[in-house]
Design a binder for this molecule. Structure first.
Ligand code: 5GP
Ligand code: MN
Length: 342
């Protein structure tokens, strides 16, 4: 982080026009990191705009200043004008422009300096400056490090603390994934010393669904989950018709992929959903099975060792066939990773 700060110090020493952005379908880490940096830079006298490729789910709207975020899918000309006017673009929680979908060409063509702060594996080399730390729990933890490394811990107020906590809490699976280091707990202790109330954030994010989401969860767990014990794997695949029947929005499916991992002997779980233009896939694993590699090898995606996303351009049934083929090609490895966990 010190290295990044040294590299960009000359860019941010006087007040600047800054755009902060993140990946399509923002999660709590992407939005929390963006808004935390927005609040911090605003306190430092910069003019900041957060731009998002698309609208955020309802359970993130409580975040301080979320209402100020410009959405490319709804406010295209405002976003383009913000990108045109700015001198610096902070790219948070993604490391390939394509993850911002239709906004990507505008970011790429912009003459602004592009600065990456991200924790996904395999970053593109196309950013002007940046820091990529796959060992970090979350981009929010990196923004916390950035503020501290700038000597500004005292500027972390309750708004910043709430945004940062939301991202670190969700990206660590409520502090249970292996990325939950001592530094993560130290960060949370520090945020609490600034007045943060964790329970309220957990409730705002995790206890804030509509009835239909829980009915849908019940339906998919009882009717749609397929187990492949010989591969220590599980899959849940849902069609567009099923998503429509339960009135499911994008954010409502978040987290469902984790449920099969609570089954003894299952170390790899996949959630597949048929969206408007593509088949979306979420991968999660326990232990050594590397879903970043699996997703890159078979489904045009990537992410982290134990959590990744991908997509497929063929039909749902063909995707499931391809997935089973991929499972078979990984049979030995899945078995070994399972045994390593015993
Ligand atoms: P999710 O399954 O929740 O959509 O994604 C899991 C993790 O993988 C998240 O950290 C997400 O940012 C990342 N991810 C999702 N899709 C992609 C992708 O296509 N490429 C890369 N590099 N990361 C992804
Ligand atoms: Mn993240």
């Amino acid at each position: 982080m010190q290295q990044l700060l040294r590299n960009i110090a000359h860019l941010i020493e006087s007040p600047q026009q800054i755009v902060i952005t993140h990946h399509y379908n923002a999660d709590a880490d992407a939005l929390g990191a963006s808004l935390a940096l927005f609040h911090y830079f605003s306190l430092k006298g910069h003019k900041c705009v957060v731009v998002s490729p698309n609208s955020m789910p309802d359970f993130l709207q409580w975040m301080p200043a979320a209402y100020k975020v410009l959405k490319f899918d709804e406010q295209k000309s405002d976003v383009i004008s913000a990108i045109d006017k700015c001198g610096i673009i902070f790219c948070l929680d993604f490391n390939q422009y394509s993850r911002t979908k239709d906004m990507a060409p505008f970011l790429q063509q912009s003459k602004a300096k592009k600065i990456l702060i991200d924790h996904h594996l395999n970053p593109d080399k196309t950013f002007d400056f940046g820091i990529s730390q796959p060992s970090k729990s979350s981009t929010c933890e990196m923004i916390y490090d950035f503020i501290n490394a700038s000597g500004d811990n005292a500027l972390i107020n309750i708004e910043i603390a709430q945004c940062l906590y939301a991202g670190v809490m969700t990206d660590t699976g409520s502090f249970k994934f292996p990325c939950t280091t001592a530094s993560v707990h130290e960060m949370v202790a520090n945020l609490m010393s600034k007045g943060l109330k964790p329970t309220a954030i957990h409730q705002a994010i995790l206890d804030n669904y509509q009835e239909n989401r829980l009915r849908f969860l019940g339906y998919v767990l009882s009717e749609k989950m397929l187990l492949f014990p010989e591969y220590h794997s599980a899959i849940i695949a849902v069609s567009r018709e099923e998503l429509n029947r339960f009135k499911i929005n994008t954010g409502d499916t978040e987290g469902i992929v984790n449920y099969p991992l609570s089954i003894k002997n299952i170390i790899f779980s996949t959630f597949i959903s048929e969206r408007d233009n593509e088949i979306r896939m979420s991968f999660r694993s326990k232990g050594e099975f590397n879903v970043n590699i699996f997703s890159r090898d078979y489904f045009n995606g990537g992410g982290h060792h134990n959590a990744a996303g991908g997509r497929s351009d063929v039909s749902l049934s063909e995707t499931i066939r391809n997935y089973k083929q991929a499972l078979d090609e990984n049979k030995k490895q899945l078995k070994q990773c399972y045994l390593d966990l015993q």
